[in-house]
Every structure is written in structure tokens, then in C-alpha cells.
Write a protein that binds this ligand. Structure first.
Ligand SMILES: Cc1cc2nc3c(=O)[nH]c(=O)nc-3n(C[C@H](O)[C@H](O)[C@H](O)COP(=O)(O)OP(=O)(O)OC[C@H]3O[C@@H](n4cnc5c(N)ncnc54)[C@H](O)[C@@H]3O)c2cc1C
Length: 346
């Protein structure tokens, strides 16, 4: 038996069906991780000493090059455990490999609240803290308690509290100082059992509830409303390859926003702390003329300019070049630099 057979390491594995953009990509080495012990064993065998691996979840927020230069750890650690229940709230610890939307559905079906606005976000539980996932007025940090991660640098496990994660808008310490260093193995969340706080003020959600004459919604109504809105707006990756919003919504100075308003009537902007305004990237991309545009195998989605789609057969390089053209065009027209939300992996 050779080393690869003993450790379960596979060679030359296609990642084409493991990323929602559907990009053709090959991993030189690939390991499916189903337990924390496996990480310790791999470290003892020196697997992490040469090249730091890339940690893969559901592949819904990545842009892959056609051949990766590093090994891949596919996170599949299962499990869900109720670790505390004080009658009002529960604490639930979930394995990094669990599917995020299935967790949301499980919670709502069991009357647990706080997570319902985050329905239908693709991907795994372990990836959720990496960019502090958010949607329809709720961000992960609102229900997050802690996470456990394996530190590839010190070869030891570590627990991170909420403040240690340094969450921000689609951001955390794991996208900055600790980028690529921590392998999240489980996440602990706090969910409400009763007296749920309903978040229904996000404009698209409010509009849907009003249109459907839903008054005083509970967590099930919010969950279903979010699913219906998302299904009507966003392309399903199984129909057309995409990674959701390709860029973050830029946050600019109030002064710059005021100047832009003089030239661009109706430019939307939302207060984002004193002196700062968040501008929808989709609006900027659309006004720059990119909505529904196609170049070769790549394009923006016909009804949502912020989503870059793979019309079939696109390479990571093509998608990257297309995204750079959008960045250049938006920068020239508005003086705003768009930052990718999607992680670019080589
Ligand atoms: C149609 C669509 C809609 C989307 N809508 C939203 C939305 O509304 N809000 C939102 O916030 N996002 C959204 N996304 C983006 C995406 O779903 C989230 O970022 C999700 O959390 C990514 O999970 P994943 O498991 O697919 O991560 P991957 O794409 O596999 O990885 C993303 C990053 O996290 C790292 N990572 C993954 N797992 C781990 C782990 N266990 N430990 C350490 N690092 C890890 C990877 O190395 C990579 O850097 C959308 C994507 C799509 C395709």
C-alpha cells in the first residue's frame, strides 16, 4: 500500500463539479476531510509542510484556475449537536461540512429563529464565517458564538470568539491576517426558541410581504419569503454557472457620493457609518453598460449585473479577465474601485 492509499489522498482530481461557476480545474492532490483526527494525521505525515493546502467547502464563492498549484482539502465534517438550552435560546454546534441551507431549514422546521433570513445561501457551514455571509438584513455575526479551527501554522486546534473573528461586511480575519491559515472544523450558533426577533425591514423583503399581504410574519413566513425572492432573482448554479455576487458593494466617502449624485441622477446610496455611503455594485455595473453583456463564454446575468455567469466552457482566466474589464470600466466612469467578493484561487 503506498502513502496515498494509506492517507486517502487522491491525485489529479477534477474540481469541475465542485465549484458553482462550473470552471474546469484540476487539483494535483485532493483529500476529503470527514473528521478532525484526519487533519492531525495528515499533519503528522508531513502533508502540510511543503505547500499550504486550499480549503474547499461547497465551491460557491471561488474562482479556480485550470490547474491548482496546491493540494485541496474538501471539508465534509458532519454533525450537529445542541450544546446548551436555557429555555429561551439554544446553542448549536455544527460540523463545517454540513450544508448551510439544510441547517437553516432544520432550524426553521424546529421553531428555532435568527437564521431564517439566510435561507438558500449555497455552501457549507464552515465557510459561512469566512466572509460573514449576509442577506436580507441579517449577517452571520448576529447569531455567531464561536468556531473551532485547525491552525495549519502551529498544527493545533484553536477556538475563536466572535470578537476574535473581526467580522465586517463580507469580511473577517480569515480573509485578511489569517487568510488560508485556519481550517474551520465546526461553528457554534445561538438561535432563539421563543420571542423571535423578526428582521423584515430590508426593502425587497418588505415589498414582498406587503405585496403578499403578510402581516406580522413569523420565522416560517420570512424563510419562505426569502426563498421565493431569491428564486425569482438569482440564477441557480445548476442551470447556469455562477458564484452569486461577484463584487462587494463599495463603501465610499459621503463627499464622493455627493459629487457623483450631481452627475448621476438617482444613484442609490445607503448610510454606512458616519461619513460613509454604501453604493450597490449592481447599479454601477449596469450603468456602465455591462448588464446582460456576453463576451465569449462569460457574461453578466440578464437580470442581475452583479452576477458573472459561465455560459459554458469558460476558464477561470476568462472569467478573471472579464471581471477586470468591468472593474476598469466602473473605475473610469465613477472613480470607484470594485473589490471581488469571490475568492480567486491559483
Ligand atoms: C447563487 C449564489 C448566491 C449567493 N448568495 C449569497 C448571499 O446572499 N450572501 C452571501 O454572503 N454569500 C452568497 N453567496 C456566496 C457563497 O454562497 C458564500 O460565500 C458561502 O459561504 C460559500 O460557501 P462554500 O462552502 O461554497 O465556500 P467555498 O466557495 O468552497 O469557499 C469560499 C472561501 O472559504 C474558504 N473556506 C471554505 N470552507 C472553509 C473551512 N471549513 N475552513 C476554512 N476556510 C474555508 C475557502 O478556502 C474560500 O476562501 C452566493 C453564492 C451563489 C453561487
Amino acid at each position: 500500500m503506498n502513502q496515498s492509499q494509506k492517507t486517502g489522498i487522491q491525485k489529479e482530481v477534477s474540481l469541475t463539479h465542485l465549484n458553482t461557476l462550473g470552471l474546469h480545474s484540476v487539483a494535483p492532490l485532493f483529500m476529503n476531510i470527514t473528521s478532525e483526527t484526519q487533519l492531525i494525521e495528515l499533519n503528522e505525515k508531513g502533508f502540510f509542510s511543503e505547500k499550504r493546502p486550499f480549503v474547499l467547502g461547497g465551491g460557491s464563492n471561488i474562482l479556480l484556475s485550470s490547474r491548482l498549484s496546491v493540494p485541496v482539502l474538501k471539508m465534509s465534517i458532519p454533525g450537529m449537536e445542541m450544546i446548551d438550552d436555557d429555555g429561551k435560546n439554544v446553542q448549536i454546534q455544527v460540523g463545517a461540512g454540513e450544508n448551510w441551507h439544510e441547517l437553516v431549514s432544520f432550524a426553521v422546521q424546529n421553531g428555532l429563529g435568527g437564521i431564517e433570513n439566510l435561507a438558500l445561501i449555497p455552501g457549507t457551514v464552515g465557510a459561512a464565517p469566512i466572509q460573514n455571509i449576509g442577506a436580507y438584513g441579517v449577517e452571520l455575526e448576529g447569531l455567531f458564538l464561536s468556531l473551532k479551527a485547525y491552525d495549519l501554522k502551529s498544527s493545533s486546534f484553536r477556538t475563536f470568539s466572535k470578537s476574535e473573528c473581526q467580522f465586517g461586511y463580507r469580511d473577517s480575519i480569515f480573509k485578511r491576517e489569517l487568510k488560508g491559515q485556519m481550517v474551520v472544523t465546526s461553528v457554534t450558533l445561538r438561535l432563539s426558541k421563543k420571542d423571535h426577533i423578526i428582521h423584515d425591514s430590508y426593502s425587497a423583503l418588505r415589498y414582498y410581504l406587503t405585496q403578499n399581504k403578510i402581516q406580522n410574519p413569523g420565522i416560517e413566513e420570512i424563510y419562505q419569503a426569502v426563498i421565493n425572492i431569491r428564486q425569482s432573482k438569482l440564477p441557480n448554479p445548476s442551470d447556469i454557472g455562477n458564484a452569486g455576487s461577484f463584487f462587494k458593494n463599495p463603501v465610499i466617502k459621503q463627499k464622493q457620493y455627493n459629487e457623483l449624485k450631481d452627475n448621476w441622477e438617482g444613484i442609490p446610496g445607503y448610510p454606512n457609518g458616519p461619513g460613509w455611503v454604501k453604493v450597490p455594485a449592481a447599479w454601477l455595473i449596469e450603468k456602465a453598460g455591462w448588464k446582460g453583456l456576453r463576451s465569449g463564454n462569460v457574461g453578466t446575468y440578464k437580470t442581475q449585473a452583479l452576477v458573472i455567469v459561465n455560459h459554458g466552457g469558460a476558464t477561470g482566466q476568462e472569467v478573471l479577465e472579464f471581471s477586470k474589464k468591468i472593474q476598469k470600466s466602473v473605475s473610469e466612469q465613477f472613480g470607484i474601485d470594485l473589490i471581488p467578493e469571490v475568492n480567486i484561487v491559483h
